[in-house]
Design a protein. Sequence first.
Length: 466
Amino acid sequence: MATSQSSPSQSTTEERAITESDLRLSRVPAPARSFVGAGCGLVAFCIPLKLAFTYLTLIPLILLWGLMQWKQPLRLLITKQERSVLAPLGFLILAITCGAIVGIDPARSASPLLSLIFFTLTIFVFRDFGNSYYVLLALITGQTIAAIHSVIAAAFPTKIPGLFLGSVTESGQLSLSLLVCVGLLWSKYSNSKSILPPSIPRIAAISFATTLLLLTAFGFYSTANISGAILFIAWTLGVLLIRVLLKNAPRTLPEARGILSLATFHLPILLCALLVNLKRGPWVGVVVGLAVFCAVYARRLLAVIIVGAVVTSISVPPIRERLAASYEHFTISGGRSTIWHIGLELAAKYPLGVGYHNSGVLRQFSLEIPPELKHFHNNLLNIAAENGVLTACIFVWFIYSLVRLCFARPLSALHVAIGCAFISWQTAGLVEYNFGDSEVMLVVWVLLGCVLGDIRARETSRSHTT
């Protein structure tokens, strides 16, 4: 999906936009830029852990960014590529706002709408101040810590207290961050392939498979009837195998250390947490996202992804049972079949929607709906019911623009991985309302900000060399 060629006048306008942005940022003292950049990394690290910690850092950063725009009244110019995704987002927020005003309970919509608008500014903070590599690495590190807790809690459900986010929200984040981890790994490998010893990819692949198998067995220890003695022996042998493999790895080579860290630590832990959380939508989303990424960069791995997904779904009892119960859960009283039917009726009855964050009215249409259920378990349907069919169409436009931006040429493996993460996010969104999950949306805004920041930096470098 390549972008169209710009005319000379368009190129001049974009260069002027870049120059104006550079002037604005150059007026910020270097210590302040470093402080805000570190804050971006801290925000990314905290998102998978605690929302309260995230807000303590993110809200001041957004206010600081807004103060900079106020004190330096340069017009917020954006390039054509930025406009291609920010324009649909702006129309989406405008449509949601209009729907909230004419909805059945505007007062109920006010607070979540203001929150949506305010935290969308996260995109600009990370575009202007975030170093994409370190921000994404911080996000993966925080997600890994949460994933370790999830795996241990799954193995000992009655002994480990809940510390971080719930399994639903964590799985929604994993549908994004797991693909980001793959993108970081692939980028690091591609950039250093010519200097890496031939043994590194083999060591990484064997260590990844061994670690994932052991972690999965450990995570499902309480539900899969695995003998503790067998588990301990398998774990010991697996650790020894990894130690033997890593013994001959050139530890003095930073590129090799980074690749092995991502492949043998972060990625298997994230994938295992995704499995033990037993959320089917994110499972399918990640498989689809990985398949798209492999179709672009490693078609030989497509078969591995498909076979691995099939074997896992058949051989691991909790996963097999969860998948086998899908139809029953869909048709159960108060399940998605009932919820979706009500959503379609509301979308037809209210062309402009019932108002943002007003999905709680669905229980008025059926007492089968559990009182704690306040959304429609589908992004498009939820948006259509709350904000109207036109807003749902704008949402599709926004998602398309996100993916198209990430796949714009020249291709970047990291950007393609983020595009696949957006595909994974929306695939999972076919059976859940992850657009309404603030912890998931913060990850989306951070990723979009990183992509726009990279594009802005690339255009800045190009304008300086011409």
